[in-house]
Design a protein around this ligand. Structure first.
Ligand code: GLN
Length: 608
């Protein structure tokens, strides 16, 4: 589109939380992108924390990490995955950040003796922040994006969102009618007794929205089934929204169908009309998404992955890892099953206290085709994770250790192979005589949130002939995101390498260990970084593909293809399951998979 005025699409939520507002906002961004628009996103979180860095993932879901080291709400992960963009820390606005900027200004005397107030000073700060951040290019191209999707966290009417709703109401006037579109995501519950779709909660939340000075142009109604025509008519009449602008987001088989659902109901046309962009854009095309959503529903050969972590019932705490596993499984044509193994249940103590849980945990681990130990903080379950790493190593089960998952596998190796029984990370045993993982911060040692090595850092491959280098397409370096304080002790590296644990990736100084591999194992890889944050639906993370491919007997062909880089078909025999490589359709898949993983010649590492 020719560069014009920035267009804003605000997504608010009503009635209840947990409606999938983030996925809806990302999907809206995607259907607009599919029309040829350049889209960016802003997430507003009305809480007081400056960022998500100090928040428990078991309460709020995972802390998502950006290239610039921003520790942000997990919805930014959804945006990055859906829109294939790279956001900045400022794309996540919190009350804490806004007040901090206002108070800093006040201390500098910038308000020239005025009384500093929520209106206009805080509300102005919010609007200025939005305008500034919306202009930042996020798709690797120069120039401002065309559209900024703003997701307002929380539910309309929340006390703590008031400064934001007031600011956004003012903002809609400031940017002008044809530059602002408000989509309200609401719930239409179905009462079991009569099976009737009830519109009253939506009516009330739209009324609350109007009272705050915000007028919805489009209603996106979550419901279990499609809305009946008379229900749509009623909503239209009582909420003052045109019938064609009422969209139903009914339950679908996988989240990749949400953008398709919006497109089918012509949500993009409704938005473009409000924004006065009809005719300016291309026809929306979502071919890749359609075929992936269909493929995902058709998959039936399972691959079981044991996730050994702190399990508290909230799978959102490992959201990006789950997404990366899903991307890789779909790429390998396997139906993903994740078995949650609470790490502490693998420990001897549980055997004594709760033998049933102990048995259940070990049964899950032993039934898995692959083992993944994700990142984590704190010592609960660490010994259980070490036991899982030991089990995977000794039984040659494909293993991927991420951050803490890599650190504990080094501890395990030092204990079992080097015979250093008391080897440990100083995070868990500060006095250990064999500290194989030590505190190596880049920043301050005293301030919470300031001590971490955060964001994108470069890893250089040390050898060509290793699985990770091949999976990353034989590049000499890669850039991946980090979030940690501790690292493998460089002084112990020679000893570990002599015993067979190879450090195949290091930073530019050679002092920070980034990737470990056991060449004698089918797939035993540990990484200090978090590859899950850059995995995309159509471009799965290389090391996750390696894990899943190893778990279902496809790794050899993948590595051979990488070696030859011919991407031609290599026939494969053996194995009872029908692999994707055994028929014509599947041949195309094999090549797509390889192309998908290797097509990242942006000179900036392999961003998968
Ligand atoms: N707790 C470990 C560290 O700080 C691992 C962190 C992580 O897994 N993200 O280094």
């Amino acid at each position: 589109m020719k560069q014009g005025k920035m267009k804003y699409v605000l997504v608010s939520g009503g009635v209840v939380s947990g409606l999938g507002k983030g996925v809806t906002a990302s999907s809206i961004g995607l259907i607009l992108k599919a029309c040829g628009l350049r889209v960016t996103c802003i997430k507003i979180d009305p809480y007081l924390n400056t960022d998500a860095g100090t928040m428990s993932p078991f309460e709020h879901g995972e802390v998502f990490v950006l290239d610039d080291g921003g520790e942000v709400d997990l919805d930014l992960g959804n945006y990055e995955r859906f829109l294939d963009i790279k956001l900045t820390r400022d794309n996540n606005i919190t009350t804490g950040k806004i007040y901090q900027s206002v108070l800093d200004k006040e201390r500098r005397g910038d308000y020239l003796g005025k009384t500093v107030q929520v209106v206009p000073h805080v509300t102005d700060a919010i609007q200025e922040w939005i305008e500034r951040v919306a202009a930042i290019p996020v798709d690797g191209k120069d120039g401002s994006p065309d559209v900024c999707v703003i997701e307002l966290g929380g539910t309309i009417g929340d006390f703590e969102s008031m400064p934001f709703t007031e600011a956004l109401s003012q903002f809609s006037v400031r940017v002008g009618a044809s530059n602002f579109c408000l989509i309200h995501v609401s719930l239409v519950p179905v009462l079991n007794v009569v099976g009737e779709q009830k519109t009253k909660p939506t009516q009330h939340s739209v009324r609350a929205l109007r009272n705050l000075g915000l007028t919805p142009h489009i209603l996106a109604c979550r419901s279990t089934t499609e809305l009946d025509d008379n229900v749509i008519d009623k909503l239209s009449q009582f909420c003052n929204v045109a019938v064609e602008n009422i969209i139903t987001l009914y339950d679908v088989s996988n989240i990749w169908r949400v953008p398709l659902l919006l497109k089918e109901q012509r949500a993009h046309e409704a938005i473009l009309k409000v924004l006065n962009l009809s005719g300016v854009t291309n026809k929306s095309s979502l071919e890749g998404w359609t075929s992936r959503a269909n493929l995902c529903d058709r998959l039936h050969i399972p691959v079981r992955v044991a996730m050994v972590g702190k399990y508290t019932g909230l799978s959102d705490s490992y959201l990006s890892v789950l997404k990366a596993l899903l991307h890789a499984s779909v790429a390998c044509h396997r139906k993903l099953t994740v078995d949650w193994v609470p790490a502490s249940d693998l420990e001897d103590e549980t055997k004594k206290e709760s033998p049933k849980d102990y048995k259940a945990a070990w049964n899950l681990l032993k039934g898995a085709d692959a083992v993944l130990v994700p990142g984590g903080f704190g010592d609960r379950g660490v010994e259980g994770k070490i036991l899982a790493a030991n089990y995977a190593r000794e039984n040659k089960i494909p293993y991927l250790g991420i951050c803490l998952g890599m650190q504990i596998s080094v501890v395990e190796f030092a204990r079992s192979v080097l015979g250093l029984e008391d080897a440990n990370s100083t995070e868990f045993d500060p006095e250990t005589p064999n500290p194989c993982v030590i505190f190596m911060p880049e920043g301050s040692k005293t301030h919470m949130g300031g001590t971490m090595r955060l964001g994108s850092r470069r890893t250089y491959f040390q050898v060509k002939d290793c699985k990770s280098a091949k999976l990353y397409g034989n590049r000499s370096f890669i850039d991946e995101r980090h979030r940690h304080r501790y690292e493998v002790n460089p002084d112990m590296v020679p000893q570990l390498e002599k015993a067979g644990l190879l450090f195949t990736g290091k930073d530019e100084t050679g002092q920070r260990m980034e990737i470990i591999e056991l060449p004698t194992h089918p797939y035993y890889v540990g990484v200090q970084f978090h590859p899950e944050f850059t995995s995309r639906p159509g471009r799965p993370s290389a090391l996750f593909v390696g894990l899943i491919a190893a778990a279902c007997g496809q790794l050899d062909i993948l590595l051979r293809k990488s070696e030859s880089k011919s991407f031609g078909f290599i026939s494969r025999s053996g194995g009872s399951a029908i692999t994707p490589y055994q028929n014509g359709h599947s041949l195309k898949h094999a090549n797509n998979l390889i192309d998908g993983i290797y097509s990242h010649g942006n000179g900036n590492g392999l961003h998968v």
